[in-house]
Design a protein around this ligand. Structure first.
Ligand SMILES: [Zn+2]
Ligand SMILES: [Zn+2]
Length: 219
C-alpha cells in the first residue's frame, strides 16, 4: 500500500516539480517514505498544485496535532499552504497567510476565528518542523491519537470497553449494536453511541504501544 503511494507520488512529481527543485523534493520524499501522514500530504499537493503551477514542497511544519489529525504547513517554492492530514487523507485548507476558512476545522484545533488562526501562525520560526508521526513514541502507531485521546473509530489498537479485547476483533460491537454486520454510517453511529455510554478506552502509550519503550527500530 505504502510503496504504491510512493510510486504514484514519484510519477506526479515528474510533472509537477521544476527541474532545479527536483533533487531537494526527492530527498524530502525519501525522508518521509515510511510516514503515511507526510505521504498523504505529498500526494494531495502533487495531485492538485494549489496555484496550478509547477511547484515543490521543501519543508513541512507542524502547526497542530489532535486526535490523529495533523494541521501541517507545507513550505513550497511559491508560497506556504495549510493542510489537514490524517492517516487516511489530506485536505487542502488554503494559503497560510489567509488562515483556515472552515469553522469546523478552526474550532477543532482551538482557534477562535480565522483572524486568530492567522495571528497564531504568522511567524514561521515559531512552528516546529514536522517529524514522521510513527517515530513519535507518544502516539498510537496506527491512527496517531496521543495518550488520553480517543482512537479513530476502527483503529485496531482500540481496546474494547466491554471485554478488554481488541475492539475491531471481538464480537461486542455486533452484540451492542444488535446487528450481525456494521455496514453503514447509521450502524457506526449506533455503535459509537453505545461506546460513549460505556466509556471508550483512550490511547495510552505505556500499555498500548506494542514497541514501547523500545527505541532500537527508530533509526
Ligand atoms: Zn489508534
Ligand atoms: Zn469486546
Amino acid at each position: 500500500m505504502i510503496s504504491k503511494k510512493i510510486e504514484e507520488i514519484k510519477l506526479l512529481m515528474q510533472y509537477a516539480v521544476p527541474e532545479k527543485e527536483r533533487g531537494a523534493a526527492q530527498a524530502l520524499l525519501e525522508k518521509f517514505n515510511n510516514d503515511r501522514i507526510a505521504l498523504n500530504l505529498f500526494h494531495s499537493f502533487y495531485s492538485f498544485l494549489p496555484e496550478g503551477l509547477d511547484d515543490s514542497i521543501s519543508k513541512i511544519l507542524l502547526v497542530h496535532r489532535k486526535e490523529g489529525a495533523f494541521l501541517l504547513c507545507a513550505i513550497t517554492g511559491i508560497d506556504n499552504y495549510l493542510y489537514l492530514v490524517t492517516h487516511e487523507m489530506a485536505e487542502f485548507l488554503g494559503r497560510r497567510d489567509e488562515g483556515i476558512w472552515e469553522d469546523k476545522v478552526l474550532h477543532f484545533f482551538g482557534f477562535k476565528s480565522r483572524e486568530d488562526c492567522i495571528e497564531n501562525i504568522s511567524s514561521l520560526s515559531n512552528l516546529p518542523t514536522y517529524r514522521p508521526a510513527h517515530t513519535d513514541e507518544d502516539l498510537c502507531p496506527i491512527c496517531f491519537a496521543a495518550t488520553d485521546e480517543f482512537h479513530t473509530l476502527g483503529c485496531p489498537v482500540e481496546i474494547c470497553p466491554w471485554c478488554d479485547g481488541q475492539l475491531t476483533a471481538c464480537d461486542c460491537r455486533f452484540t451492542m449494536a444488535g446487528k450481525d454486520k456494521l455496514k453503514n454510517d447509521a450502524d457506526l453511529d449506533g455503535l459509537l453511541e453505545q461506546l460513549n455510554k460505556k466509556g471508550r478506552v483512550p490511547f495510552d502509550a505505556k500499555s498500548q504501544r506494542p514497541s514501547f519503550p523500545k527505541q532500537e527500530e527508530k533509526k
